[in-house]
Design a protein around this ligand. Structure first.
Ligand SMILES: O=C(O)CCC(=O)C(=O)O
Length: 263
């Protein structure tokens, strides 16, 4: 059985800096398969939401709280993601949501400075939460890769307000933080992983290039993290059954076959 555990240096790096980059973890072929499925998937496209950035450009994403028999849900259950997540959060985790970020050439909008817990604070008591971004396409400065502020998770949650249709961190504070802490552009090839803490400040530029920048972001919470909104549709603990490589393979093939049957 494959061991997906991170080593001590990787865990220590995450604890210090609030993120961990794992270059080209999945193969390029796997990511091409994900792209083939996602580009043919009308349900994914029709379920997409647009969130305008401050400049009025469209930032598109397709988000699901539930786990379905899809390739996206399969990756959200992948042991290669779930096991490191449990190590980084330090507890059993459950799936909060996953979303495909659909940053298209020339038109894909920016994401404003924020902490994910700036959004999730209204649902969860503790910031014992983290995400894993799976780079489906290569991400570069030109196509709007994620930018993070190293160590900013240690600042705790900062105030957020409206920024276009998005939730943005207090910009005056960001300016001061940027003089203090290092900005990192997460440029990596397809199949790379970026694990990041829910209080890590991050943003991305609009995509001005000719290349798409799609990425699947899977978000998790500690199983012990109570939602204080008992009637909410999402955010409730559910045991997460992880999947191994073979099961992912089968889920991908099944999803592709179903799309072909529908077309
Ligand atoms: O995909 C991006 O460029 C930004 C995503 C992001 O900030 C988020 O999902 O919290």
């Amino acid at each position: 059985m494959t061991d997906y555990k991170l080593n001590q240096e990787q865990v220590a790096y995450y604890n210090e800096n609030g993120f961990l980059m794992v270059p080209e973890f999945f193969s390029e072929e796997e990511m091409l398969r994900m792209l083939e499925i996602a580009r043919a998937d009308l349900e994914l496209m029709e379920g997409a939401n647009d969130r305008l950035d401050r400049s009025g450009k469209v930032s598109r994403l397709s988000l699901r709280y539930d786990l379905q028999p899809s390739i996206y849900s399969a990756y959200a259950r992948h042991r290669a993601i779930v096991e490191p997540m449990q190590q980084l959060i330090g507890k059993e985790v459950f799936h909060y949501h996953h979303k495909m970020m659909l940053k298209e050439p020339r038109i894909g909008g920016a994401w404003e400075w924020h902490q994910d817990y700036g959004y999730w604070y209204n649902n969860f008591l503790y910031p014992d939460m983290a995400s894993c971004m799976i780079f489906v396409d290569r991400a570069t400065k030109e196509n709007g890769c994620l930018q993070v502020i190293k160590g900013s998770q240690k600042l705790g949650r900062i105030d957020h307000g409206k920024a276009g249709d998005q939730t943005g961190a207090d910009l005056q504070r960001i300016e001061i933080i940027q003089n203090e802490l290092e900005l990192v552009y997460c440029e990596m090839g397809p199949g790379s992983l970026l694990f990041f803490h829910s209080n890590l400040l991050h943003r991305s530029d609009a995509n001005e290039s000719e290349d798409s920048r799609w990425a699947l972001i899977c978000c998790y919470s500690a199983a012990t993290n109570p939602t204080f909104r008992p009637n909410a549709d999402s955010g409730h603990y559910q045991r997460l059954d992880s999947m191994d490589e073979k099961e992912i393979e089968i889920a991908a093939e099944k999803h592709l076959r179903e799309l072909k049957l529908r077309s």
